[in-house]
Design a protein around this ligand. Structure first.
Ligand code: ADP
Ligand code: MG
Ligand code: ZN
Length: 610
């Protein structure tokens, strides 16, 4: 602790002590027992009374210090018409006046002293603040958002596993940090800001550190969530500091963890947080203002990209985004291996089996499993960790995840696999649908248990009627596949149905694509964004009859697609079953994998290849 801090601690102790004293005195002055006049008279006769104050109606008094135990020091009594009182007081040599002088003093003191003290404290704080950023009062704010600077990081890329795609994308960043001159000489585009996006615990922070470790550059880090409670202006100053310090140490990395806490869309939420906005603006200014050739790379991590301010993603800022997704089975095995490296494992332990049990878990949870397993082994006085320790650890970690649906039962996985293959098969078979990139049964977040990733080949601003219809068909594919294979649908298709209905409604109401209702836009209020859920609009511009017709049309559109999809998937059912089987085993499949299966299947069924 430095001298200043020790001094101010003393200061506070003294102030505190004085406050307590004043409080004590004040309470004493307030405390006056009301006694009967006869009691007062008795005390007076017994020579107990020290001093009295006589007013129109009451008499306040103070007893002598050597009073009888248990009697109050201060008392008051109702004044009665007693002509003998003054004579008695004089006889007993008791001072009397309009007020008790010592009480007067106390009254004044109990007001004046606290005022003086508060003024003193205020003055002290103001003076401290006047010393500017870096000292005194401001330190309270600053200590929250620390800039951490690490010179030599030991973490290497080899310590991160299961996120190969992200690692590949980041190789270039490492190269640049190692030899910035080379990049600037050739004049290639140097990344300025890279945003790591992914669920919690997938290794974003670890990856950022590994980049610094691998490139051998200093690592400046700061966490977005620490900015939130600071005083207005402090956060922005910190950001400025951060960039200043980093420029001196270039080449280096600036890492902003939990960017979402800081980079929430401006003006969002019930009360726009002024401090956050200022800090965010400062960050944008700093990012725009610096020259990437100096060799500073800004990394940031978030698990909520959807709430980020769009300005952050603009060119010259975090224009490169890297997905750090939950690992697949081989990825999980690799992560388990990394964490098991320094732990004594029994030879029969199969990390492959553990990997197979932990679909949907992220790196942090896998690291936790190894750790728990080791703890269990120690508790049982074993020298090595055995398979059953690890299996129990899996159960514990799963329980700890509060059953967030992240780890599916075998039955559920089977259903999800068929559902996703259903979507993908439809997308591959009909014209006008976006090509399938990837099918996965690794849960994403809480809502989606699996997903089929379709990427449009180019940016689309216009969609034709048949393209919209094929979107509906693909959405229905999941549910219909479930019905075909398991005989009934599940709740897993709710979101798909919602989306399909939404598209159909807009086709009828907004795009005039219904033969029955004709080429009219039935909703005047509409949002500019394409194919998005609309705000509820209050009041409609059409009659109840039209509303009924709209409903019928929507139903007709969806039913027509459902019939088509049912036919299609029934024909393709051998492929559906085979692909689902494969997906359950591998958890992830590419669109090409599925197409290969499909081509094989079609030949068997004697169908024509589309
Ligand atoms: P995030 O920042 O994405 O929330 P972290 O990087 O903080 O996740 O991960 C927490 C810990 O979990 C890491 O320190 C590491 O021990 C472990 N971990 C997470 N992901 C991985 C991974 N891909 N490879 C190895 N270990 C991982
Ligand atoms: Mg993190
Ligand atoms: Zn679905």
């Amino acid at each position: 602790m430095d001298k200043k801090a020790r001094l101010s601690i003393w200061y506070f102790i003294i102030v505190f002590w004085i406050l307590i004293m004043v409080q004590e005195l004040y309470v004493a002055s307030q405390h006056m027992d009301e006694v009967p006049y006869s009691q007062f008279k008795q005390w007076l006769i017994d020579d107990q009374v020290d001093e009295v104050a006589i007013t129109e109606t009451i008499i306040n008094g103070k007893l002598k210090p050597d009073r009888v135990d248990g009697d109050p020091q201060w008392f008051k009594t109702i004044r009665v018409d007693d002509p003998g009182l003054v004579k008695l007081l004089e006889e007993k040599k008791v001072e009397y006046a309009g007020v008790i002088l010592s009480t007067l003093w106390r009254d004044v003191a109990s007001w004046v002293i606290p005022i003086l003290i508060f003024a003193g404290v205020w003055f002290f704080l103001l003076r401290k603040m006047g010393q500017g950023a870096g000292g005194g009062f401001m330190r309270i704010g600053q200590s929250k958002a620390k800039i951490y600077m690490e010179q030599e990081i030991k973490v290497k890329m080899g310590d991160v596993a299961g996120v190969d795609e992200a690692k590949e994308e980041l190789v270039e960043v490492i190269e640049f940090l190692k030899t910035p001159e080379k990049f600037t000489r050739i004049g290639g585009r140097i990344p300025k800001g890279v945003l790591l996006i992914g669920p919690p615990g997938t290794g974003k922070t670890l990856l950022a550190r590994a980049i610094a470790g691998e490139a051998g550059v200093p690592f400046f880090s700061i966490s977005g969530s620490e900015f939130v409670e600071m005083f207005v202006g402090v956060g922005a100053a910190r950001v400025r500091d951060l960039f200043e310090q980093a420029k001196v140490k270039a080449p280096c990395i600036i890492f902003i963890d939990e960017l979402d806490a800081l980079g929430k869309a401006r003006g969002a939420g019930p009360m726009a947080h002024e401090e956050r906005e200022q800090t965010l603006n400062q960050l944008l200014v700093e990012m725009d203002g610096f020259d990437p050739t100096v060799g500073v790379i800004i990394l940031a991590a978030t698990n909520r990209p959807e709430i980020l301010d769009a300005a952050l993603m603009r060119a010259g800022r975090f224009d490169r985004q890297v997905l750090v997704d939950r690992p697949d089975r081989p990825g999980r095995e690799a992560i388990l291996k990394i964490h098991a490296k320094n732990i004594q494992m029994a030879p029969e332990v199969s990390l492959e089996k553990i990997a197979a049990m932990t679909t949907g878990m992220a790196g942090a949870e896998l690291a936790n499993i190894i750790n728990e397993g080791a703890l269990l082994a120690v508790r049982r006085d074993r020298e090595t960790v055995e398979q059953k320790d690890l299996e129990e650890a899996v159960e514990r970690v799963v329980a700890g995840l509060e059953k967030k649906n992240r780890v599916l039962s075998e039955g559920e996985r089977k259903r999800v696999a068929h559902h996703e293959v259903g979507h993908a098969l439809v997308a591959l078979s009909i014209s006008g649908a976006d090509p399938v990139q990837k099918i996965s049964i690794i849960p994403r977040g809480i809502a989606a248990l699996g997903y089929t990733l379709q990427l449009p080949t180019q940016d689309r601003y216009l969609l034709t009627r048949s393209e919209l219809e094929s979107k509906i068909a693909v959405l229905l594919g999941g549910r219909i596949a479930e019905e075909l294979v398991f005989g009934e649908a599940s709740t897993g298709a709710a979101d798909d149905l919602q989306k399909a209905t939404n598209i159909a409604q807009r086709m009828v109401k907004d795009y005039g694509m219904s033969d029955v209702l004709g080429t009219v836009a039935l909703d005047n209020e509409r949002q500019a964004s394409f194919l998005q859920t609309k705000e509820p609009s209050y009041g409609t511009q059409y009659s109840e009859e039209t509303a009924r017709e709209i409903d019928q049309e929507v139903r007709r559109l969806i039913d027509a697609q459902a019939t088509l999809v049912k036919e299609l998937l029934t024909k393709l059912s051998p492929v559906l079953l085979e692909a689902a089987e494969k997906l359950m085993e591998e958890e992830v499949m590419t669109g090409d994998d599925l197409r290969a299966l499909m081509d094989g299947g079609k030949e068997k069924a004697g169908l024509q290849t589309a």
